[in-house]
Design a protein around this ligand. Structure first.
Ligand code: CP3
Length: 342
């Protein structure tokens, strides 16, 4: 069974030998070959240029032959950009949006019609990647959840816990709902175009799920994630990652997705028990292990595999993106441990 078949089998909980794996880079300047490319072009140019995006996507696969899937090099902020709110990566770290949205009058400034169609550079990169990877390796696309995208749009950039967005939720919920509606339409359109362009699976990142309380999470995030899922084909290969929300695994599973991405704060067995239905789980090594010694990381990897107890519905992954301080030799040792299967 090759990598792609193994990945697709795990998503459907079909037997396939060892757990397939991939890693999300995100704050990913850990590879010298990435830093070399970035010295020549800025981040947004790399995202917008299909040949460069393809090259950066393939870098981890060239270095780590054990990886079963590639994740497209892009960013969740391409959707705000397509709607008319650009973004940039600050050299000192962090994300800045061109402007912040604060009320109904800002909604009129968004270019909603055909927004996803303006992301043709993403579909071009996926098509090129599909050709490069053939049937050997799986290819993943992704998008931010409506709520997580709204956080960046309202806050005007990255933030600790998005106080402006949380404040607005209490003072002008109707504006927020209108914005979330627009975002869920655009995200669904965008993800379905990614599937048509050759992505084998798509991940929805609800990275800022945890800034919401339980009932707010239902009305301002889960509701719109369900809308996205409903607008995609039935049984679409979706991985839903809601950081900090493992305790809500049953609500996350009830969205109907075949797979949940799990952060490192709860063992997979416990998430499985809470989910209440059989599904695939992806995760969940704490990325901080990759900054430390291979021995500790290998031990923690073995504990995750043991806890999963051979369930075929498992994709090995970090509980979040790899950090800039990650050690290549530690990551290598982790990947070899997963290949060894114990
Ligand atoms: O392996 C890959 O290349 C994956 C591609 C990818 C990126 N961003 C590239 C990127 C993915 C899947 C993302 C998703 C993303 N982007 C999310 C959701 C995932 C998560 O982390 O929860 C979010 C919230 C964003 C927004 C964003 N973009 C942040 C918070 C940052 C990091 C800012 C910082 O200070 O580190 C980015 C920048 C970014 N996106 C980088 C990469 C490789 C780092 C750019 C660099 O350092 O050169």
């Amino acid at each position: 069974m090759n990598s792609r078949e193994r990945f697709l089998a795990a998503l459907q909980r079909q037997p396939h030998g060892r757990s397939p794996m991939w890693i999300m880079r995100q704050a990913g300047r850990y590879l010298p070959e990435y830093r070399a490319l970035k010295a020549k072009s800025d981040f947004v140019t790399m995202v917008r240029t299909p040949d460069l995006a393809v090259e950066v996507t393939l870098q981890p696969l060239r270095r780590f032959a054990q990886l079963d899937a590639a994740i497209l090099f892009s960013d969740i902020l391409v959707i705000p950009e397509a709607l008319g709110v650009g973004y940039r990566f600050r050299e000192e770290g962090g994300i800045a949006m061109e402007r912040a949205l604060s009320g109904e009058s800002d909604l009129k400034t968004l270019q909603v019609a055909d927004a996803a169609a303006r992301l043709d550079y993403v579909y071009a990169a996926l098509k090129l990647l599909r050709r490069e990877l053939g049937n050997q390796k799986a290819l993943l696309g992704f998008a931010g959840s409506p709520w997580t995208l709204a956080c960046y749009l309202i806050e005007g950039g990255g933030s600790g816990d998005f106080p402006k967005t949380r404040h607005l939720l209490k003072t002008n919920p109707s504006f927020l709902h209108q914005l979330l509606e627009v975002l869920s339409l655009t995200v669904a359109d965008y993800l379905s175009k990614q599937l048509q362009s050759g992505a084998d699976a798509i991940q929805i990142f609800d990275s800022w799920a945890s800034v919401l309380s339980g009932s707010e999470y239902e009305s301002f995030s889960l509701k719109y994630i369900r809308q996205v899922v409903r607008r995609l084909p039935a049984n679409a290969p979706i991985i839903l990652y809601a950081k900090g929300k493992s305790a809500d695994a049953s609500s996350l599973a009830a969205t109907g997705v075949p797979c949940l991405g799990v952060d490192w704060t709860m063992p997979l067995s416990q998430v499985r028990a809470l989910a209440g239905r059989p599904l695939c789980l992806q995760g969940n090594l704490d990325p901080e292990f990759i900054v430390g010694s291979p021995e500790a990381a290998v031990q923690a990897t073995k504990a995750i595999l043991a806890d999963n107890a051979g369930d075929p519905g498992h994709i090995f992954n970090l509980g979040h993106g790899i950090t800039p301080q990650a050690k290549i030799e530690t990551l290598q040792a982790v990947l070899e441990t997963v290949v060894g299967g114990k």
